[in-house]
Design a protein around this ligand. Structure first.
Ligand code: WQD
Length: 344
């Protein structure tokens, strides 16, 4: 079955990879993106990779109800929405919590209101593993305690709760996907992660060091209670994450409302910062100079998914190795040294 879908934030890192998967499956896509942290070029490349020039792009903000109303009116009946649009920098959320509540929470509320007006009640929402806070017992299952410790995570948890209420009381079909740490890029090297300024996240920092854009990686602490002392995260290939979205959507569309799903999306295999560095060095033959510095405020020792529920319900599990995360991320960095900026 092919569908007509609205994708908010479809030009971003996870959005663009998901759009590629959905387009290749034959779905019709309408994308709303304000390009505040993304480039329209990503969508051009998605279309050329899928060999389908059919994406409809609407430039605008999800908090703009008029724009969303107009989009729903003009594009005919929509079967579902995937809501990626939002802000995601932990430090920025601490410095400017109101902005995060506005964009992430208010933006999601406006979107849900407009969907309700237009009779569309199937939604996949981008949530995050950081809603678990600083867990001490593993494996992390979807019913493990949530304890969001910064405004970014708090806003994501708040939207999860708003959506839970909608599925219970208004008969929606909703899935909140708790992403662990998506990395890598499409193997073509044509689309990938394009952080503005100095990367916050480990992977893009490593590829920029490998490319000579930065001198060395700072490892934020080696005194955590982990085997080598560095932080452990559950890194997954962004193409696996993209496929998790299409599997989730298919699952929702096959079922009668109401549906409320919360799913961890990770590999179940945590890796330390040092393991990632060594994995990258092995995959690429390059060396990554690093230095141990102080812990980064707000970091936790370990996050690692129990991905069993996604496997059981969707038949989805992460397929790609750490080596592929590294080689694909490196191919994107090499082909696009400045990301989408200055690209032809
Ligand atoms: C991973 C590990 C760092 C950079 C954050 C958000 C999360 C999600 C992804 C989404 C940690 C260490 C990092 C560096 C380092 N955001 N590190 N040197 O913190 O797990 O998650 O990004 O949109 O919601 O919280 O990911 O990649 O920043 O860090 O040593 O230069 O790498 O301490 O152990 P994190 P990360």
């Amino acid at each position: 079955m092919t569908c007509r879908l609205l994708i908010t934030g479809g030009a971003g890192f996870i959005g663009s990879h998901t759009c590629l998967v959905l387009l290749a499956q034959g779905h019709e896509l309408v994308i709303v993106d304000n390009f505040s942290n993304s480039s329209p070029l990503a969508l051009q490349r998605v279309q050329s990779l899928a060999q389908r020039n059919t994406i409809q792009v609407v430039e605008g903000d999800v908090r703009d109800a008029d724009l969303l109303d107009q989009t729903f009116r003009s594009c005919g009946e929509l079967d579902g929405v995937i809501h990626f649009a939002g802000l995601k920098a932990v430090g920025e959320s601490v410095a400017n919590p109101l902005l995060y509540w506005d964009v992430n929470v208010n933006g999601s509320r406006v979107l849900a209101e407009v969907m309700q007006r237009h009779g569309c009640s199937t939604l996949v929402f981008s949530s995050t593993a950081t809603v678990y806070g600083a867990p001490i017992t593993f494996p992390l299952r979807e019913d493990s305690l949530t304890d969001p410790i910064h405004p970014y995570a708090q806003t994501k948890r708040a939207v999860e709760q708003m959506l839970d209420a909608l599925s219970r009381n208004a008969g929606w079909r909703i899935a909140s996907l708790r992403y662990f740490n998506p990395v890598g890029a499409h193997p073509s090297g044509q689309i990938g992660e394009d952080p503005l300024g100095v990367p916050n996240n480990l992977f893009p920092f490593i590829t920029q060091v490998a490319a000579g854009r930065r001198e060395r990686l700072h490892i934020f602490g080696n005194d955590y209670a982990t085997p080598d002392g560095t932080g452990i995260r559950d890194y997954l290939h962004v193409m696996d994450l993209a496929e998790a979205h299409s599997a989730t959507l298919a699952h929702l569309l096959e079922r009668p409302a109401p549906v409320q799903l919360t799913l961890n999306i990770g590999t179940g295999c945590g890796r330390s910062v040092l393991e990632v560095i060594h994995g990258f060095e092995q995959a690429t033959g390059l060396s990554i100079p690093y230095e141990i510095v102080a812990r980064r405020p707000g970091d936790v020792a370990k996050l690692e998914a129990c991905p069993a529920k996604a496997e059981q319900l969707l038949g989805w599990s992460a397929q790609r190795s750490l080596e592929e995360m590294c080689t694909d991320g490196w191919a994107w960095q090499q082909a696009n040294p400045m990301g989408y900026r200055n690209a032809p």
